[in-house]
Structures are given as structure tokens and as C-alpha cells.
Design a protein around this ligand. Sequence first.
Ligand SMILES: [Zn+2]
Length: 146
Amino acid sequence: MTDSKRPPSPRVIEKTEAEWKSSLSPEEYYILREKGTERAFTGEYWDHFEPGHYVCRGCGTPLFKSLEKFESHCGWPSFFSSAHGDSIEEIEDRTHGMVRTEVVCKKCGGHLGHVFNDGPAPTGIRYCINSPSIRFEPSENLKPKS
Ligand SMILES: [Zn+2]
């Protein structure tokens, strides 16, 4: 967890809200820019386990690999680590009467989801991510060796 008192780092990608609105679908805009949450078990990726990369839907930055994804039964795409952890920023979130840790894309500031301390070994963490925040890009190189 990073120091929550630190202000968010400057974004590499800065767009006006109007620009975001025209480049994202209404659902993507609601989640990425207004910090919305998709309904559990309704998203594109909660039970998606093909080999590949998950990139930020706001700016295309690689965020997670399929090998880091696990079945969490929570209804959202869940990852136990991020090979691209440098691309993700953690921010303390005190909305809804809870203290949680929000995760955003460092480059564009897009809301991804939250990170919890109830993940599986070896990391013990669970990135709980909204499907509309990420886009899957298949990669044959990430196929598990059989
Ligand atoms: Zn982004």
C-alpha cells in the first residue's frame, strides 16, 4: 500500500471530460471517469480465462496478465498480482462508509476497481477490477505450457 496522503501523481494522458466522453462508451465513461462499479457477474471478463494481456481501456497501458487472473467467485475479474504494477496507483477511498484502496491507471487516472487483502498465495492480495475498465488482448505467448 502506498502513502495515502501523497497527492495523485500527474497523469501522462490528460483529456477533458468531453474528450473522454467522446472516446469511451457510456458504460466505460461511467466506470473509468465517474468511478462506477459494474454489477457482479454481468461483466465481460469475470469468467474469462484466455491467455493474453489486459490493458487499460482508457489509454491502452498493459495492466495485468492472464496468468495473474484467478477465479475469485466474487463476480468481477480478479488478479493476485500485476506484472505491470508500475502502471497502477493505489488511492485511499473513504466513500460509502468504508475504507478501501482504490486502484487507478497511473497514466490516465482511469478508475479500475479496488485492491483487497484477501487474495490467494503467494501475494495474499486481490485486485477486483471492472470489466469495462480493461480490454483483453490475446497472446499465444502467455499460453500455459502443457
Ligand atoms: Zn489508462
